[in-house]
Design a protein around this ligand. Structure first.
Ligand SMILES: NC(=O)c1ccc[n+]([C@@H]2O[C@H](COP(=O)([O-])OP(=O)(O)OC[C@H]3O[C@@H](n4cnc5c(N)ncnc54)[C@H](O)[C@@H]3O)[C@@H](O)[C@H]2O)c1
Length: 307
């Protein structure tokens, strides 16, 4: 199969490229290298903006069967500061990628959403059919991208699956990402710098390992999960304080964070229910947090080591 992966040089996209190539597929990547810079061996990279109208023409010439759309403006804070710029990449960019899928006569689009779309939910873990309550322009743009994907299915019969990702972590993540807290703690603890927990440390997140996430994408690129929103997370909540302890343990560093006032707009708790994803795709998060953190810290240690 020929797959087109947008955001292919990013944290998650670069792992997805590895996975698809290892499965024997051909992969074209689309990335403007604005935040990602990991171009994997064997990848045919089209260095361009996802909003570039030339994308449809190029896709029509190569006719990828599946389009995995991961390129995005990924920062909630940046989306609040400049909602129009966020929408240009995440809404108009997504429409342009869907146009490219149409021009290529693609079978399926796998759209990348975020658990931010659930806002402050009524209950945890959030099921995928919970009410959507976007509380940032970033979350609104992800809701919108999913609605457009559904529209293209209705209009043109291009199938889609929306994968709603919890907080993804693992090797190649940089501290700027949506779930940057693990890389921030890791880098600081390995370098012996102080670490900071905002609030009293009781906020929770659902941490899912990047290789498990790309396994969900590889499965969604098949026949299953058509027309569905599926959660990609563990259903487990980890508090900020617990997370610090686990990263410190993995890094062999003291577990002694500073505490700072809570940050405005931070959601108090999140975890997503992955049971429907298991039913639709046979997917389950196989990597425990301790195991995933050990891999992540080992990667960061190697990266920081003098050459
Ligand atoms: N990391 C997480 O925890 C997380 C959680 C939920 C959802 N997501 C979503 O997963 C996807 C991948 O995120 P990531 O963590 O790998 O981030 P990332 O920043 O590492 O990857 C995004 C990639 O998209 C590229 N890009 C950005 N704007 C572009 C544009 N206009 N045209 C072409 N390429 C562009 C960047 O250069 C980068 O390589 C995003 O859609 C993000 O919203 C991530």
């Amino acid at each position: 199969m020929l797959a087109l992966v947008t955001g292919a040089a990013g944290f998650i996209g670069s792992h997805l490229v590895d996975r698809l190539l290892a499965d024997g597929h051909e992969v074209i990547g689309v990335d403007d290298l604005s935040s990602g810079g990991t171009v994997r061996p064997g990848l045919e990279l089209w260095e361009m903006d996802v909003g570039d109208p030339a994308l449809a023409e190029r896709a029509a010439a190569r006719r990828p069967e599946v389009v995995c759309h991961l390129a995005a403006q990924v920062s909630v804070r940046a989306s609040v500061a400049d909602p129009a710029a966020d929408a240009r990449t995440n809404v108009l960019g997504t429409v342009n990628v869907l146009e490219a899928a149409r021009a290529a006569d693609a079978r399926k689009v796998v759209f990348t959403s975020s658990c931010a779309v659930y806002g402050v939910p009524d209950a945890l873990p959030v099921p995928p059919d919970a009410e959507l309550r976007p509380a940032s322009p970033y979350a609104a743009s992800k809701v919108s991208g999913e609605v457009y994907a559904a529209t293209y299915k209705a209009l043109y019969g291009i199938d889609y699956t929306t994968l709603t990702l919890a907080n993804v972590y693992g090797p190649r993540q940089t501290p700027e990402g949506e779930a940057g807290v693990i890389s921030i703690f890791t880098d600081a603890l390995l370098a012996g710098r102080p670490t900071r927990v905002y609030g009293d440390g009781s906020h929770t997140r659902d941490y899912v390992y990047v290789l498990d996430v790309v396994d969900a994408f590889a499965r969604a690129a098949g026949e299953g999960g058509g027309g569905l929103r599926l959660n990609v997370g563990t259903g487990v909540q980890t508090t900020d304080r617990e997370l610090h302890t686990l990263v410190a343990e993995a890094a062999g560093a003291p577990d002694d964070p500073e505490f700072a006032p809570p940050r405005l707009g931070d959601l108090p708790a999140m975890s997503v229910d992955p049971r429907a994803t298991r039913e639709a795709l046979g997917w389950a998060p196989g990597t425990g947090l301790r195991e995933g953190l050990a891999e992540t810290v080992a990667w960061a240690r190697e990266r920081m080591a003098p050459a």
